[in-house]
Design a protein. Structure first.
Lengths: 241, 265, 342
């Protein structure tokens, strides 16, 4: 019995040693908005990513989550954290466009944003605290289509939830980022938002102050702001900074 | 002696680990804050949705699950093992998968095109789907534990199958059934993954207490704590009520006659 | 009294139970455990469905494979007492007895069975004997037309058993219903019924009076089962630490057991030796009578000497020239005589 205990402890020590040796490259923990799920790992696959609704991620960071870098789908959320001295001053990482999507089969025959007014249309949006949800409200307000909100059947917790429901064909329509719509190309059809209604979607990025790898984090941010990464973002459908 | 110390230490750790998060909720939110949050429409609406869907779901589970469990417990037929496995399967499914399954079956693009998604009925179904198997499995065990000779006796005394079930089997199985229902109730109250997948989340319609916690988490931590505290209190109340009920039945069954029984035979 | 006519076949795992029997009065079925006796009762009660046969009480057909009639248990007028009584643990004694009562006077019944004072108790608080009486009262409350008793005495301790046995015998006599009693104990069977059937591996090997079963077993199986002789009489102390049992026929039988009052002596045939003259030994019991029957079982022979059956080897029987009608003396030890109070 004692022998077994010693053996287990020895193995544990070896494992820890190996882990430390592998730390010549510091693996950063990056908290990022879910719309960046596909593109960020392709730019830098060596880090540990946690994707989710920007508001949820921010709340977790406030509770002390061990993130090194934080990027949100708007500037307001990182700025709020900056005001609380939790992150460095946010920079604009990239931009995105909001778009209306409908399932390929388009069961409700939606061809224009105003068609959403029709009675019985099942509209899915993100919750008001999620950036894409806020943008949706902005769009509808600018287009004077607030009445459309009565057709909302679900407030999803992040943009991927909206995408999923439309892609599955359960919802008639939903508002997502153009980049998200592209990932589900075969399953959804994009309907552009009239120019006068388009919101300004800017992604903010900052280093988390409590990070133990401030230097590496800052380097990561710099890497993302540099040309090669920016080109990758454009290819994925994001817009110029 | 040393062995006993190890046992006690382990128990202390387990108790601490399990009790601490629950106590911590109330350390963060005072009863006053909790009470004041009860007026918050988000909390009230979520409470209402949870209450109604829980009642509907558990009614479904009890009224359909009980006879099904009785059949499976008392009859052997080809395919019985498969049937039992099929009923237990939702238990091991991750809730999100359960949600996808429900969509695939009842969604607009599913096998049976229904208008269920995004409705309160969808919440009820999702809750019934994930919590029902817990009850049915416990009910099968409870019915199997009833001595068949007692049921036979009831039949030979003139009771038909239905009367024998209600007057003999059910009272004797009651403890196991209550315990199973407690589990199902608790599981159903906390259900999240399948609900958000199949029913979505809309205040006053489909947003249950767990969904509300998630929605409010980044808005107002106080509300989140309040809902959390509320759920703890409700769950504790259910546990206590069921324990009291089963202890009461147990004492009725085993209590001896008040005066000493005769020693003559 | 109605007669229960049962003819049935029920396949069990190791063998088929196949039996034809007519019950008017009390019939006991004896056999080793697993012989299928309980199955017979369950088939008559309607708890198990035979694959063939017919079960009818008087003119009422309860089961008929040919016409596909099979009444469920609740529609058959049986009073079934189960081996471990199967009392409802969640109900009081009174509620138990009232369960199938249909208006029978429950309290009267409780009094009659001597459990009136226990009316509000729960079955788990009762002793074995009390539970048995409640089970009987419950079955009788239903006003059955036939009684089925499954091992009614097996779950009782030796002391209670004797008392309950005689009470049960009385009850069966008073009720006047056809009754089928199942037991693995031949003594119990003999005490309760005038007709005893031996069931082995699902088949009825022999149906006769207890005495006939002992003296003329149909085969070795029956012989092995129906071991004992039972001699009824009244016991009283007799000096020398012996008990004297005065048989109804007048003879005295001695035993080393201490019993007083009405009792039965149990003597196993193989403990009895036979000879032409009584050996001079006061530690032994002697019975001189004419040989009533001689039955050969393989290389053993059962000889009925008056009321007592002895079992000797075929050679001894040859040597002694045993034949029916000839006088013989049966000898056995007082220590080989067990006394049981009746």
């Amino acid at each position: 019995m004692k022998l077994l205990l010693v053996a287990v402890l020895a193995l544990a020590a070896v494992a820890v040693g190996i882990a430390h040796a592998a730390q010549s490259h510091t693996t950063l923990t990056v908290y990022a908005a879910s719309s960046l799920t596909d593109v960020l790992p392709r730019i830098d696959g060596g880090e540990r990513y946690s994707f989710g609704g920007s508001d949820t991620l921010a709340a977790q960071i406030e509770q002390g989550a061990p993130a090194d870098v934080f990027t949100a789908a708007n500037l307001a959320i990182p700025r709020a954290l900056y005001a609380k001295h939790l992150v460095t001053k946010p920079r604009v990482l990239t931009r995105n466009a909001l778009v209306l999507i409908v399932p390929r089969s388009n069961p409700a025959h939606i061809h224009h944003v105003s068609d959403l007014r029709r009675h019985g249309v099942k509209l899915v949006v993100a919750g008001a605290t999620v950036p894409v949800g806020k943008y949706t409200l902005q769009v509808l307000a600018k287009l004077h289509l607030d009445v459309v909100l009565k057709n909302v059947v679900s407030h999803e917790t992040d943009v991927r939830g909206v995408l999923g429901k439309v892609a599955l064909g359960e919802a008639d329509a939903g508002f997502v980022y153009a980049t998200d719509a592209r990932t589900a190309r075969g399953k959804v059809t994009m309907i552009p938002i009239p120019a006068r209604g388009r919101p300004s979607v800017a992604y903010g990025i900052a280093v988390v102050r409590s990070s133990k790898h401030r230097a590496a984090a800052a380097a990561y941010v710099a890497k993302l702001l540099a040309m090669p990464a920016q080109r990758r973002l454009r290819v994925a459908g994001f817009l110029a900074r | 002696m040393r062995f006993l110390i190890v046992l006690v230490a382990a128990t202390a750790v387990v108790l601490g680990f399990l009790a601490l998060p629950v106590i911590a909720i109330f350390a963060h939110v005072s009863p006053v804050t909790l009470a004041s949050q009860l007026g918050n429409p988000v909390v009230d609406d979520a409470l209402r949705v949870s209450a109604i869907t829980t009642l509907e779901a558990q009614a479904l589970v009890l009224f359909l699950g009980t006879p099904a469990a009785y059949l499976l417990a008392t009859r052997r037929f080809p395919g019985r093992a498969v049937a039992v496995t099929a009923i237990e399967l939702p238990l091991v499914l991750p809730p999100a998968v359960a949600g996808i399954g429900l969509l695939a079956a009842f969604g607009r693009t599913g096998l049976l095109h229904t208008g269920l998604p995004f409705t309160r009925a969808a919440v009820t179904l999702a809750v019934a789907f994930v919590s029902g198997p817990l009850y049915v499995r416990a009910a099968i065990a409870a019915f199997e534990a009833v001595d068949t000779s007692i049921v036979d006796a009831a039949r030979t005394l003139g009771a038909g199958p239905a009367r024998a079930f209600f007057r003999v089997v059910l009272p004797l199985a009651r403890r196991g059934l209550s315990a199973g229902e407690a589990l199902a109730l608790a599981r159903g109250l906390g259900e999240f993954g399948a609900t958000i997948m199949f029913a979505g989340s809309l205040q006053r319609v489909t947003q249950t207490l767990p969904l509300a916690i998630y929605a409010e988490f980044d808005v107002n931590f106080d509300v989140t704590l309040a809902i959390g505290g509320l759920l703890v209190l409700i769950s504790a109340a259910i546990l206590v009520a069921l324990k009291v009920a089963s202890a009461w039945t147990l004492s009725l069954q085993s209590s001896g006659f008040r005066f000493a029984p005769s020693t003559s035979s | 009294m109605d007669t229960l006519a049962a003819e049935l076949r029920v396949p069990l795992r190791a063998f088929d139970v196949e039996l034809t029997i007519s019950v008017g009065g009390t019939v006991a079925l004896v056999g080793p455990s697993g012989a299928g006796k309980s199955t017979i009762l369950r088939a008559i009660a309607g708890l198990v469905r035979p694959t063939a046969g017919r079960i009818a009480l008087g003119g009422d057909v309860w089961f008929d494979a040919a016409t596909r009639v099979s009444l469920p248990p609740e529609r058959r007028a049986v009073g079934h007492v189960f081996q471990h009584y199967a009392l409802f643990p969640h109900l009081t004694v009174r509620q138990n007895v009232a369960f199938g009562a249909k208006g029978a006077p429950v309290d009267e019944l409780l009094e009659r069975f001597g459990v009136g004072t226990l009316a509000d108790a729960r079955p788990t608080a009762l002793s074995g004997g009390e539970q048995q009486r409640v089970a009987l009262a419950r079955a009788i409350a239903r006003r059955p037309r036939v009684l089925l008793l499954d091992e009614p005495l097996s779950a009782l301790d030796a002391h209670t058993r004797a008392t309950v046995r005689s009470e049960l015998r009385e009850l069966l006599r008073t009720l006047g219903l056809p009754a089928l009693v199942v037991t693995h104990d031949f003594e119990d069977a003999s005490a309760l019924a005038d007709t005893v059937g031996v069931v082995i591996d699902g088949r009825l090997r022999q149906l006769a009076t207890p005495a006939e079963l002992v003296s003329s077993p149909a085969d070795a199986f029956v012989g092995a089962l129906t071991g004992a002789n039972l001699l009824h009489g009244t016991a009283s102390r007799s000096g020398d630490r012996l008990t004297a049992l005065r048989l109804r026929t007048g003879e005295l039988v001695y035993s080393t057991d201490e019993v007083v009052g009405p009792a039965a002596a149990i003597v196993y045939p193989w403990d009895v030796t036979v000879s032409h003259a009584a050996p001079d030994d006061s530690a032994q019991n002697h019975l001189a009578a004419d040989v009533a029957s001689v039955t050969r079982l393989g290389n053993r022979v059962r000889v009925a000497v008056g009321p007592l059956t002895a079992e000797v080897t075929a050679e001894s029987a040859e040597r002694l020239g045993i034949e029916e009608g000839r006088p013989l003396v049966a000898t056995w030890k007082a220590t080989a005589t067990r006394l049981v109070p009746l």
